[in-house]
Design a protein around this ligand. Structure first.
Ligand code: AMP
Length: 432
């Protein structure tokens, strides 16, 4: 099978790496890909993966490429092309593509839609209000004592959520989003949720329109600095499994979140074929869904795929064809840890083009895979080309072993200004 993978981050490198292991894969292109993706080869025929310089949001360019090369399956990594309706456009041209269509992608593309859906179908969610008017929004925030999450409705590069702990912060956030339009049209409406306390975990469920298969547990580290300090980021590191969510909890999450969600989709005629990734807060009153994403997590994918024993291509095929109920997901007992190395200044301003050294030494280490995120090739050198640069991933018989191996590999890699968290999986190690 010929495959086209859309995207250029660590998630897409992990997807390509796993798909390249499938005996069914005969050719893989990535659009636009990155330096790490360009270094992958298909296990079956040793063909190199081809990177084509078409951006993930250039739907016309992607469609033209797919019509020319006729991939048997296109796999969409990031949220933006899904929200723009890439799946609908490919399907209209008779091209097979994996990911939710535009209607189904609304779970991520509109926080108002997601919150109202949860309320309609009894999915446990924070108490919330939806507003287009700043004064009404402020009154609701006051009812919550100013302790709330203020969220722009639309996609805002993962930055559209402002956590506030008093009324001054809440009013400033409402003004930023609704009046100043800090996130553009994404902020023409907003959702205000009560601020929940607890441990945050990521769920992943592969869906085929009528059924879903839940992945094991993982946990991200959203804040930039050690000890969960500093600003929110796209994610600074992950590990799987997490001791904070037992198999019993996972079965409860399936019953209380995934099942009502599937019933709701059926009732509303939403055909979700793709990956549903609810962000969940474990509160003292039980799990609450903070948000839905409609694609694989980044960097969750980097810790899930090394544990997955199935052929990923067969699973994505089943997700597209509606035959997932015939598939059992199989996961190894290994623990996996991913440490993100980022550019100095991320998630604020940073500079690109810094030479990265030590990649080969790190890649030679056992049970280790360095997934590239923001990297590019310049004159044969691998250089930084984004905020999150690498996802240094390692596995072992337990979290301590995996974590030790991941940080040993991080120690081999250098680039000017490199920053990373030193405490990925620390909380889990303290309890286990
Ligand atoms: P979201 O993109 O909606 O997941 O929000 C980004 C981050 O903000 C989440 O990962 C949480 O850490 C935090 N957050 C969002 N909503 C809430 C909430 N209702 N209570 C507490 N924290 C929240």
């Amino acid at each position: 099978m010929k495959l086209l993978v859309i995207g250029s981050g660590g998630r897409e490198h992990a997807l390509v790496w796993k798909l390249a292991q499938s005996p069914h894969a005969t050719r893989i292109w990535a659009a636009p890909g990155n330096a790490g993706i360009a270094g992958e080869r298909l296990v079956h025929n040793h063909e190199p993966v081809g990177c084509v310089p078409i951006g993930a949001e250039n739907l016309a360019g992607l469609l033209a490429f797919a019509k020319e090369e006729r991939p048997d399956l296109t796999v969409v990594g990031p949220d933006n092309p899904l929200a723009l309706g890439i799946v609908d456009q490919f399907q209209q041209q008779g091209l097979r593509i994996w990911g939710p269509n535009r209607q189904a992608a609304q779970f991520e593309a509109s926080k108002v839609f997601a919150q109202q859906f949860m309320e309609r179908h009894g999915i446990p969610a924070p108490r919330a209000g939806m507003f287009m008017d700043a004064r009404a929004a402020s009154r609701f925030a006051a009812e919550l004592g100013g302790r709330c999450a203020v969220k722009a409705d639309g996609l805002a590069l993962g930055k559209g959520v402002i956590i506030s702990r008093d009324m001054a912060q809440a009013d400033a956030a409402i003004d930023d989003i609704l009046v100043q339009r800090a996130f553009g049209a994404a902020g023409s409406q907003l959702v205000i949720q009560e601020l929940l306390e607890g441990m945050e975990v990521s769920l992943h469920a592969l869906c085929d329109g009528t059924s879903a298969r839940l992945f094991p547990t993982s946990q991200d580290h959203k804040r930039a600095l050690d000890g969960d300090a500093g600003p929110n980021t796209g994610g600074m590191g992950t590990y799987s499994p997490t001791p904070f969510l037992t198999d019993t909890h996972l079965a409860m999450a399936y019953r209380d979140i995934i099942q009502p969600w599937l019933r709701g989709c059926a009732a509303e005629g939403i055909d979700f074929r793709g990956l549903l990734y609810p962000g969940v807060m474990l509160t003292k009153d039980g799990p609450r869904v903070l948000e839905f994403n409609a694609r694989f997590g980044d960097p969750e994918t980097q810790v899930y795929l090394p544990r997955l024993e199935n052929d990923l291509l067969e699973l994505l095929d089943a997700s597209v064809d509606g035959t997932l109920s015939r598939q059992q997901l199989r996961w190894s007992n290994l623990a996996v840890v991913c440490v993100v190395m980022a550019s100095g200044g991320y998630p604020g301003e940073y500079t690109r083009g810094k030479t990265i050294s030590g990649l080969e030494a790190a890649s030679r280490m056992p049970d280790t895979k360095v997934f590239h995120a923001g990297t590019a090739l310049t004159d044969g050198r691998v250089v930084t080309n984004g905020g999150r640069v690498l996802g240094v991933t390692a596995w072992g018989r337990d979290l301590a072993a995996a974590r030790g191996a991941a940080y040993a590999a991080v120690d081999r890699i250098q680039f000017e200004g490199a920053q990373f968290r030193h405490d990925i999986a620390s909380k889990a190690l303290r309890v286990s």
